[in-house]
Structures are given as structure tokens and as C-alpha cells.
Design a protein around this ligand. Structure first.
Ligand code: NAP
Length: 247
């Protein structure tokens, strides 16, 4: 039986690459998206054209009701194996002394609370304590969690540092319940997220600061996640892996 993988923010960028990569390994995929239905439908279409199964579900992870509906749709689709907590946002580059309370709240609501609520729902389905058969939760962090992103977005860096703590804590909490919790810290990856930070060229401009002298591709992050959710990573939990070209 194919096992279901939920990818939040699966319509574009890294999430899209993850959805396509796990489908190519035989998983059925729930492609979450915030607003871009056409992009999510395109991902579903591409998976189906390759002989796979996928559905697109609108889910703004800033909304608990949307998250509950996402998991309800996934329950009807098949047996959950993995949650990829990928949906995440940045905001316009700013110093902390220029950030509003509303901005900080939104950042934490989407990046931290959203990911934790998704992890909660996955835990209820996967943990042997709840009658589940086990599985994997993958949290998308960022090298910003370590570097701090001064002058750019400390709020985003802080949200990803919180995600790293969730990966460690939840991984240990569920260590004996069949659920592995792992994180990935991408470096500079060529996606549209940088445009939403106000500088579409941000990653490419900094490429020469990366030890490998280039930005990464969404597929290179997806390949790490494919391994992390596979049985090949069966002893890997409560840890976060840098996939950053040495940055
Ligand atoms: P992206 O290209 O901006 O794509 C964002 C995806 O998330 C889209 O599918 C979007 O859906 C969805 N999304 C946005 N806001 C959402 C919300 N409130 N609820 C649910 N879905 C939402 O981003 P990306 O670069 O692929 O980043 C993916 C993850 O990797 C993020 O967690 C990000 O922080 C992390 N990351 C990225 C980089 C990088 O350099 N790109 C580096 C480190 C970490 P719509 O299509 O509907 O808008």
C-alpha cells in the first residue's frame, strides 16, 4: 500500500520539489497551498502524469481550521506516513527596531505555531501511543536559525531557531513511539521566497559567499528529505541537517 506524504506549501519552490520527489518514490502526496491553486494543481497534474496519486488542498498554516481540514482530507486519501512541515514565510528586509508587533506575530503564527499544529495533528495519527503505525515529521528550518539574519529578518531567524527546538524536543518526546522528527536547514536556495523579502536576486547575489560558490536548487533539498523519510534513515531523529553548500 502506498503511504501518504503531506507537504505544506507544496505548490512552489522547495515544497513543489519535495512533492514531485516523494511521488517519484511511490508515495501518494497531499499538496498543501496557501492561495495559488493553479500552481498546486500543476504539481498534482505532473504527479498524475507520472502515474502517481496526489490531491491539492488549500491550507493556510496560519489557520487552525485549515490545518484540521488538511489532515481530514489526508485521512480520506490514505494512511499517513510523513508530514513535511515546509510552508514558511519571510518579510521585507528590516532591522528589529523597524519591526511592528503585527509583523512579529504573523511570523511566529505561520512559521512556528502553524508547524507545531501540523506536527500535533501528525503525531495523533502516527504515534503508536495513539494507535498509529509510526512515521516521520520533517521540519524545514534555515541556516538563518544559526546565522541570525542581522539587518535582514531576525524575526524569521528566530522562528526557525524555534523550529529547531521543536525538532529536538518532539523527536525525543516521540522517540519510543515510532515517530522520527527531523529537520533540514537549507542555505541559499533559488526560489521565489526571496522576492517576498523584497530582493528577488538575494540568494544569487550572495552565491560567492557560499563555500561551494553557488546557490542550491529546490531538488537538492528534496533529495535530503527523500532520504530522511526513508527506512535508510531509520536511526535518525531529533536532529537537524544542514543542506547549505557549507554556508
Ligand atoms: P516559496 O518559494 O516562497 O514557496 C512558499 C510555499 O509555501 C508556497 O507553496 C506557498 O503557497 C506556501 N505558503 C506561503 N505562505 C503560506 C501559509 N501561510 N500557509 C501555507 N502555505 C504557505 O518558499 P521556499 O523558498 O520554497 O521555502 C520553503 C521552506 O524552506 C520555508 O519554510 C522556508 O523558510 C525554508 N527555507 C527556504 C530557503 C530558501 O533560500 N529558499 C532557505 C532556508 C529555508 P502559495 O503557492 O499558495 O503561495
Amino acid at each position: 500500500m502506498n503511504r501518504v506524504v503531506i507537504v505544506t506549501g507544496g505548490s512552489r519552490g522547495i515544497g513543489r520539489a519535495v512533492a514531485l520527489a516523494v511521488a517519484a518514490r511511490g508515495h501518494d502526496v497531499v499538496v498543501g497551498y496557501a492561495s495559488n491553486k493553479a500552481a498546486a494543481d500543476e504539481v498534482v497534474g505532473q504527479i498524475e502524469a507520472g502515474g502517481g496519486k496526489a490531491i491539492a488542498v488549500k491550507c493556510d498554516v496560519g489557520s487552525e481550521a485549515d490545518i484540521l481540514n488538511l489532515f481530514k482530507q489526508a485521512d480520506q486519501f490514505g494512511s499517513l506516513w510523513a508530514l513535511i512541515n515546509n510552508a514558511g514565510i519571510v518579510d521585507q528586509a528590516a532591522r528589529l527596531d523597524g519591526m511592528s508587533a503585527a509583523r512579529l506575530s504573523r511570523m511566529m503564527t505561520v512559521n512556528v505555531v502553524g508547524s507545531m499544529l501540523c506536527a500535533r495533528e501528525a503525531t495523533k495519527r502516527l504515534s503508536t501511543k495513539h494507535g498509529g503505525k509510526g512515521g516521520v515529521i520533517v521540519n524545514l528550518s534555515s541556516r538563518a536559525a544559526v546565522l541570525g539574519a542581522p539587518g535582514q529578518y531576525i524575526d524569521y531567524a528566530a522562528s526557525k531557531a524555534a523550529i529547531d527546538a521543536v525538532t529536538t524536543g518532539l523527536g525525543r518526546e516521540l522517540g519510543n513511539e515510532g515517530v522520527r522528527v527531523v529537520g533540514v536547514r537549507p542555505g541559499l536556495i533559488d526560489t521565489e521566497i526571496h522576492a517576498s523579502g523584497g530582493d528577488a536576486e538575494f540568494a544569487r547575489r550572495l552565491a560567492n559567499t557560499v563555500p561551494m560558490q553557488r546557490v542550491g536548487t529546490p531538488e537538492e533539498i528534496a533529495n535530503a528529505i527523500v532520504w530522511l523519510i526513508s527506512e535508510d534513515a531509520s536511526y535518525v531523529t531529533a536532529t537537524t541537517m544542514d543542506v547549505s553548500g557549507g554556508r
